[in-house]
Write a protein that binds this ligand. Structure first.
Ligand code: SF4
Ligand code: SF4
Length: 172
């Protein structure tokens, strides 16, 4: 069901908090010398990222029953995310989104979608091995791609091998 005024306001505050946290966390990672991949490609509006939204949580939310219950209640009541499963290895909860229409593959409340929806697929560029959903139009390019491409050119490999290396090493 489309978000009403009150829910949009609550989600707006939550989004500001999410963005602030994310900015601080990523600035800290940059300060520590981490360099993210570059995001390339474009959104083909396939809707795959809305089929089973997933959120990774802190150890506190994962292990503390009260924090876990509050988190899941918030996702259900505010974001319209109904809990469907977990990935224990990565502390990830997966959901079914009640705003997603599988027939049209559209979101009925796109303007007020929560932070994790807005952050996909950008969060992947911070991963050591970025992985996008099947059919997603985005891809990740390694931070030093230009230098590695120059290195390959110097080696005068046969074009097929060079193309394979560029693909396997996420250089394009
Ligand atoms: S809130 Fe909208 S953008 Fe987010 S998962 Fe649901 S349908 Fe997709
Ligand atoms: S999976 Fe990728 S291409 Fe498909 S809607 Fe989401 S961001 Fe766009």
């Amino acid at each position: 069901m489309r978000d009403g005024g009150l829910r949009r306001a609550v989600k707006g505050v939550a989004l500001a908090h999410f963005r602030l946290n994310l900015a601080v966390h990523r600035a800290w990672r940059r300060l520590r010398g981490e360099r993210p991949h570059t995001l390339a490609g474009d959104c083909g509006r396939c809707g795959a990222c809305c089929e089973a939204p997933a959120i990774q949580v802190s150890p506190l939310t994962w292990f503390l029953p009260t924090a876990r219950a509050l988190f899941l209640a918030w996702q259900r009541r505010v974001n319209g995310f109904e809990w469907t499963g977990v990935d224990r290895r990565q502390r990830v909860f997966t959901f079914r989104c009640t705003h997603f229409d599988p027939a049209t593959r559209r979101c009925d409340s796109y303007d007020s979608r929560p932070g994790p929806c807005r952050d996909y697929p950008r969060l992947q560029v911070w991963s050591a091995a970025p992985a996008f959903l099947p059919g997603c139009g985005y891809r990740a390019v390694v931070p030093n791609a230009a230098g590695l491409i120059r290195e390959l050119a110097v080696r005068r490999l046969d074009p097929e091998r060079e193309a394979r290396l560029r693909r396997d090493l996420d250089l394009d």
